[in-house]
Design a protein around this ligand. Structure first.
Ligand code: 6YU
Length: 497
């Protein structure tokens, strides 16, 4: 098939790249990507800390197994370690919660006894797995995940832990606050009070124990880009407005206006801008504006911030087998995941660290995780202030006033003007229909206008793998396939010449 229609793709993240790859391979002759920044990859972004490769954006392949296209591509390009390729690794089903070896430290400078903590962790994980089931059942008892967890945990704590001493019971409730903060990071939400209880279960996990790219996630982008024509992407070319149903022009009803005033006529545009960007700029990005039902879904879906703070040390203060460190504040028995005074105590939102492994490769590097408005405030501080606060925090929790980080580096996704946060989650009142609305092309079905003018891809348009790289990639393929089927139908219905 050779198709002359002109397709413009807005954004060169994984979804835009995947759409372009599929269209070019199917014989589309005029495909162009317009990217606002000077690089490809969007939220797949690899950096360095000293000599170490670190991920500023996406970290893991979630569910690396046969059904995950990111896993299959990474395997094909030889980007994974042998461990990740084993059938045992692919078969492990951890439902989004890898069984990492934890260390717990408390705000009074003690390393906590894991046995005291496990009952709280176990209870929390059981409740989260109940949360996932509401979607299929309907009629949920609370509007948000936070309220459900708090009410159930309170009740169960009163029954199950009635005979244990008050200090241990209080500590376990503090652990639940910590677990809620972990979930804020996983979901990219400010608080679990903002995540819809009914819609939480829309997210589907894949089997496979999460793995990383030893040479960096961007290796995937580089490999995909090397298969595309080199002049396909125009960098530093932000799109200001997509004029659809443009009746002024005769040939194309679609015109893409860039920030530098350049105007590009096209037959189709695939918009892959992040939901955060869309929330902020939808009123100027589309003319005429988005239909109301689509706009309501843009508003209902959540898009929050999750940032990383990497910290490197000369020597470890955690156990050799430790994979994750949880920091438990002993004054947080109210099971809350938000701090009362963001400016003074933003650091309390950081749930802890994942440990970069193996240490032979990385040395002693931890990745701190912080979500929400506290994370957005952290972005406004200077590197020195962040380093100082991190140092104080670690000294306090280890009870060792001499522990000093060698280097610190943080991400700043909220203030990235082309992303405006990290990734999407289903907000309160969301349903599967909102994700359907997100992916619906314009003009909507039933219209007599030229079809498939504006198509939508990107992680926030996947019905069950939103917030992931594999979800984003699949949406790029989906929208390319929509156009491919459209043109195959036209070519087969044309009478022979
Ligand atoms: C994953 C992971 N991961 C951590 C952090 C972040 C994300 N994700 P892009 O934004 O890439 O591309 C759009 C482009 O458009 C971009 O280049 C812009 O510059 C451009 N653009 C914008 N405006 C424009 C304009 N006007 N004109 C022209 N161009 C414009 N995913 O699989 N594993 O470990 C993580 C993580 C800190 C920030 C992640 C992870 C999310 C992915 O990075 C993200 O989905 C995709 O890269 C998006 O690709 P895209 O093409 O759509 O947009 C159980 C359960 C609970 C439910 N949730 C669990 C999910 C867990 C998600 N976990 C994520 C965790 C981490 C740590």
């Amino acid at each position: 098939m050779s198709v002359n229609a002109k397709v413009v793709i807005v954004g060169c993240g994984i979804s835009g790249i995947a759409a372009a790859q599929r269209l070019v391979n199917a014989g589309f002759q005029h495909v162009q990507i317009l990217e606002a920044t000077a690089r490809s990859g969007g939220r797949v972004k690899t950096g360095t800390l000293g000599d170490n490769i670190i991920e500023i954006g996406a970290n893991w392949i979630h569910g690396p197994s046969e059904e995950n296209p990111v896993f299959c591509l990474a395997r094909q390009y030889g980007l994974l370690e042998p461990d990740a390729l084993t059938p045992e690794n692919q078969a492990m089903d951890v439902e989004g919660h890898p069984p990492w070896v934890p260390n717990f430290f408390s705000s009074s400078g003690r390393k906590l006894n894991a046995e005291d903590i496990y009952p709280a962790q176990e209870m929390f994980l059981e409740l989260m797995s109940e949360v996932s089931k509401f979607e299929s059942q309907g009629g949920e008892p609370w509007a948000c995940v936070g309220d459900f967890i708090r009410s159930e945990a309170e009740q169960q704590a009163a029954e199950k832990w009635k005979d244990i001493d008050a200090a241990t019971r209080c500590l376990r409730l503090c652990v639940i606050s910590n677990m809620l903060k972990v979930e804020c990071c996983v979901n990219g939400a400010h608080s679990m009070d903002e995540v819809g209880l009914g819609a939480y279960g829309l997210y589907k996990t894949l089997p496979g124990l999460d793995c990383t790219f030893p040479g960096g996630y961007e290796g995937l982008i580089k490999n995909l880009m090397s298969e595309l024509p080199s002049d396909l992407v125009t960098y530093n070319r932000p799109v200001r407005c997509v004029h659809w149903n443009n009746t002024e022009k005769e040939e194309n009803s679609l015109m893409i206006e860039c920030d530098d005033e350049k105007k590009i006529a096209a037959d189709h545009v695939i918009v892959t801008v992040p939901l955060g960007y869309l929330k902020k700029h939808h009123s100027t990005l589309f003319s005429p504006p988005l239909p109301l039902h689509k706009l309501h879904s843009v508003e209902r879906l959540g898009f929050g911030t999750n940032n990383k703070i990497y910290v490197e040390f000369d020597s470890p203060w955690w156990d050799a087998d430790c994979e994750v460190i949880y920091l438990v504040w002993e004054d947080e028995d109210g099971m809350l995941d938000q701090v009362p005074d963001v400016q003074r105590s933003w650091i309390k939102k950081l749930f802890g660290f994942t440990v970069l492994k193996p240490s032979e490769r990385y040395g002693h590097v931890l990745c701190g995780w912080i979500a929400g408005h506290e994370s957005e405030y952290m972005e406004t501080l200077s590197e020195q202030e962040v380093t100082h606060t991190m140092t104080q925090l670690i000294c306090r929790f280890t009870g060792n006033p001499t522990v000093t980080p060698r280097r610190v580096l943080r991400s700043q996704w909220f203030h990235d003007p082309w992303t405006c946060g990290s990734y999407s989650y289903p907000g309160k009142g969301c349903s599967a229909q909102d994700l359907e609305n997100m992916m619906e092309p314009l003009p909507t079905k039933g219209s007599l206008l030229q079809p498939l003018q504006v198509l939508f891809a990107g992680e926030a348009t996947h019905p069950c793998y939103y917030s992931t790289v594999h979800g984003a990639l699949l949406t790029g393929w989906r929208e390319a396939d929509r156009l491919i089927s459209h043109y195959s139908a036209i070519s087969t219905s044309e009478p022979p010449k």
